[in-house]
Design a protein around this ligand. Structure first.
Ligand SMILES: [Mg+2]
Length: 235
């Protein structure tokens, strides 16, 4: 049994700026600042990391970071629901829906999420495209704000959901679009599959240590071949 853990933004879909706008609205509501997101590079960062980066760049004095992140997360989720519903630019990444449908039909594979989104907003984004139903479990920024700690959480969730032991190893496959996705896989001996359909190239994802880097999710046989090979033990 292989466990496939998908990143959301830039891997399965793009929110078309809905995320940025919802964060801006949350900071405007709670801190009275406009355009908080600015030119921050979100690539692979978790939402709590993004919030904390904004605290720093905007010089906001925050006494209790976890409490502030929790409060922001709630307000952000409310704005995200509205922004996502109104987003005309939101779109699935090429091949994502077809691939997920194909994988969901296989009984030797379990599908989960591993994302820097909070669970509520991550699911909301996928629900926009009816894709959330294929992901019964996952690990989210609401579990831990550090992506590098999410693989064991996702494995534990998968084990509980499937009622069987999976453990860590190369049969756990993290699929994502940034070097941070690759890094979080390598931190736990998982297989890293990079998808270069967003901001990073095949070469950049390979250089980051991805075991396989694909130009997109469109080539289903190529994806299948990459995950077949992940069982081969490598150091
Ligand atoms: Mg991503």
């Amino acid at each position: 049994m292989k466990l496939l853990l998908f990143d959301i933004d830039g891997t399965l879909m793009l929110s078309g700026g809905a995320g940025h706008r919802a964060i801006d609205r949350a900071f405007a509501e709670l801190y009275g600042i406009a355009g908080a997101f600015g030119d921050l590079a979100p690539d692979g960062k978790t939402d709590p990391q993004i919030f904390c980066e904004i605290f720093a760049t905007r010089g906001l004095e925050i006494a209790d970071h976890s409490a502030a992140v929790r409060e922001l997360a709630e307000v952000y989720a409310r704005h995200m629901a509205a922004e996502m519903a109104a987003s005309e630019q939101a779109r699935l990444m090429p091949g994502a829906a077809e691939l997920v449908e194909a994988l969901a039909g296989r009984d030797d594979l379990a599908l989960g999420l591993l994302t820097g989104n909070f669970e509520t907003t991550g699911r909301l984004k996928l629900a926009h495209f009816g894709l959330d139903r294929h992901f019964a479990f996952g690990a989210f920024a609401s579990d831990d704000g550090d992506r590098n700690r999410l693989v064991p959480i996702a494995v534990a969730r998968a084990e509980r959901h499937l009622g069987r032991r999976l453990g860590l190893g190369r049969h756990v496959v993290v699929i994502g679009d940034t070097p941070r996705d690759v890094e979080c896989a390598l931190a736990h001996g998982a297989t890293a599959v990079g998808v270069a359909a967003s901001r990073y190239s095949v070469d950049e994802l390979s250089a980051a240590g991805a075991h396989h880097a694909l130009p997109s999710l469109e080539d289903i046989p190529a994806f299948m071949e990459a995950i077949e090979r992940c069982q081969e033990k490598q150091s």
